[in-house]
Design a protein around this ligand. Structure first.
Ligand code: NAP
Ligand code: F7E
Length: 322
C-alpha cells in the first residue's frame, strides 16, 4: 500500500485529494499547522482514515521529522498562502510560505529520501498579464501579485531540483478550480454563499469588485485527479490543467443568481474595496498536453459547477437556520 503525504490537507484541494487517494487504497498522511482552534471541517468525514501530523512550511525540522517517520512514496505540496489580495498585505509571509516553503520541502526530500515523487501546486496566476492566449506550458510568466511571483519561484525551484538532482518533481499549472469546499473569500464561493443568504432573507446585497475579470473555472474534484496522474508517469514534467473556456465574473453571477430564480443586477453592488492593485484580466488554458499525455479531461462544466455550489450553499444555510 503506497503512502502519500499531503501538505495543506485542510484546504479545498487537500481534502479532495485525500478522498481520491483513500479511494485508491493509499495510506494518507496530512500535514497540519498548529492553530488555536481546529480547521478540520473539510476532512471531518475522513478524519479516522488519515494520519494527521503537525508541521509547518516555515519550519524545516518539522518537515524532516515528518518524512523520516512516515516514509511517504509521494508528497503533494498543496500548502500555501493562497489568497491573492492577502499577498499584498502580507507579501513577506507569502514569499516565506508559498515560495521558500517549496525549497524547504524539496531540500528535505533530497536529504531524507530522493526517491520520493513530488507534486508542486503551481498556478495560472503565474501567467498574470498574459503573454499569449490561450496559455500553455510554454507561455512565458508575467505575475501580477506577490502571490503570483511566489508561485513562479516555487515553480522554477521545482524544475531546478528536477534538473539539478534528478528528483521526480512535477508541477501542475492549475487554472482556477472551485467547489462547495472553496474558501468563502474566493469570488465564486462568495457569490454562491451570497445567493443563498439573499434567497433565505439573510442578506440584502452582495458587494464585489471587478466583474469583468475572466477566469477559466473548473471543478476541484476533477483537478486533484490530474495531480495524481502526474505522479504516475514514467518521467516528471509540467502540465497545464484547465477547461479551455473562460467566463467573466459577471457571468458567474448571472448563472448563480439565475439558478436561484434571482436577477444578479438587483443585488450585486460594485465596491472599490475589492479591487486589486494590479489585476489579472484574462486567463484561458490550453490543456492539450494533459489530455494527450495524462488522458485527463474535466468532467464538470461551468454551469454545472455554479449550480452545484449554489445547491450546496442553499442546503447549508437552510440547515443552519432550522
Ligand atoms: P486553500 O484552500 O487556501 O488551502 C491552503 C492550505 O495550506 C490549507 O490547508 C492551509 O492550512 C495550508 N497552509 C497555509 N499556510 C501553511 C503553512 N505555513 N504551513 C502549512 N500549511 C499551511 O488552497 P487550495 O485552493 O486548496 O489550493 C491548494 C494549492 O493549490 C495552494 O498551493 C494554491 O496556492 C494552489 N492553487 C490553487 C488553485 C485554485 O484555484 N484553488 C489554482 C492554482 C493553484 P489552514 O487550514 O491551517 O489554513
Ligand atoms: O478572484 C475578481 C478578482 O479571489 C477571481 C486562487 O485560488 O485562483 C485563485 O486566485 C477574480 C479576480 O481568485 C471579487 O479581482 C471580483 O479577478 O476568486 P479569486 P484568483 O485571484 O483568480 C488562482 C489560480 C490561484 O492560484 C489562487 O490561489 O474575481 N473579483 N470581485 C473578486 N475576487 C474576490 N476574491 N472577491 C471579490 O469580491
Amino acid at each position: 500500500m503506497p503512502t502519500a503525504l499531503i501538505t495543506g490537507i485542510t484546504g479545498q484541494d487537500g481534502s479532495y485529494l485525500a478522498d481520491l487517494l483513500l479511494s485508491k487504497g493509499y495510506q494518507v498522511v496530512g500535514m497540519v499547522r498548529r492553530t488555536s482552534t481546529v480547521t478540520f471541517e473539510r476532512i471531518a468525514h475522513i478524519q479516522d482514515d488519515v494520519s494527521i501530523v503537525q508541521g509547518d512550511l516555515h519550519d524545516q525540522s518539522s518537515l524532516v521529522a515528518m518524512l523520516e517517520e512516515y516514509k511517504p512514496d509521494e508528497v503533494y505540496n498543496l500548502a500555501a498562502q493562497s489568497f491573492v489580495p492577502v499577498s499584498w498585505s502580507q507579501a513577506v509571509l507569502t514569499g516565506e510560505v508559498t515560495a521558500l516553503g517549496v525549497t524547504r520541502l524539496l531540500e528535505t526530500i533530497r536529504s531524507v529520501n530522493p526517491k520520493i515523487r513530488f507534486y508542486q501546486a503551481s498556478s495560472s496566476e503565474m501567467f498574470g498579464k498574459v503573454m499569449e492566449v490561450p496559455q500553455t506550458e510554454k507561455t512565458p510568466f508575467y505575475p501580477r501579485s506577490p502571490y503570483g511571483v511566489a508561485k513562479v519561484y516555487g515553480h522554477w525551484i521545482t524544475v531546478n531540483y528536477r534538473e539539478s538532482y534528478n528528483l521526480f518533481a512535477a508541477s501542475g499549472i492549475l487554472f482556477n478550480h472551485e467547489s462547495p469546499r472553496r474558501g468563502l473569500e474566493f469570488v465564486t464561493r462568495k457569490i454562491t454563499d451570497g445567493v443563498a443568504r439573499i434567497k433565505m432573507g439573510l442578506a440584502k446585497d452582495l458587494r464585489l469588485g471587478n466583474l469583468d475579470a475572466q477566469r477559466d473555472w473548473g471543478f476541484a474534484g476533477d483537478y486533484v485527479e490530474a495531480m495524481w496522474l502526474m505522479l504516475q508517469q514514467d518521467k516528471p514534467d509540467d502540465f497545464v490543467i484547465g477547461t479551455g473556456e473562460t467566463h467573466p465574473v459577471r457571468e458567474f453571477c448571472e448563472v448563480a443568481f439565475g439558478y436561484a430564480g434571482l436577477n444578479y443586477q438587483d443585488y450585486v453592488v460594485q465596491d472599490t474595496r475589492f479591487y486589486r492593485p494590479a489585476e489579472v484580466d484574462l486567463l484561458i488554458s490550453n490543456p492539450a498536453k494533459a489530455a494527450r499525455v495524462l488522458g485527463w479531461k474535466p468532467k464538470v462544466n461551468f454551469k454545472q459547477l455554479a449550480e452545484m455550489m449554489v445547491d450546496a450553499d442553499l442546503k447549508r444555510i437552510r440547515n443552519a437556520t432550522i
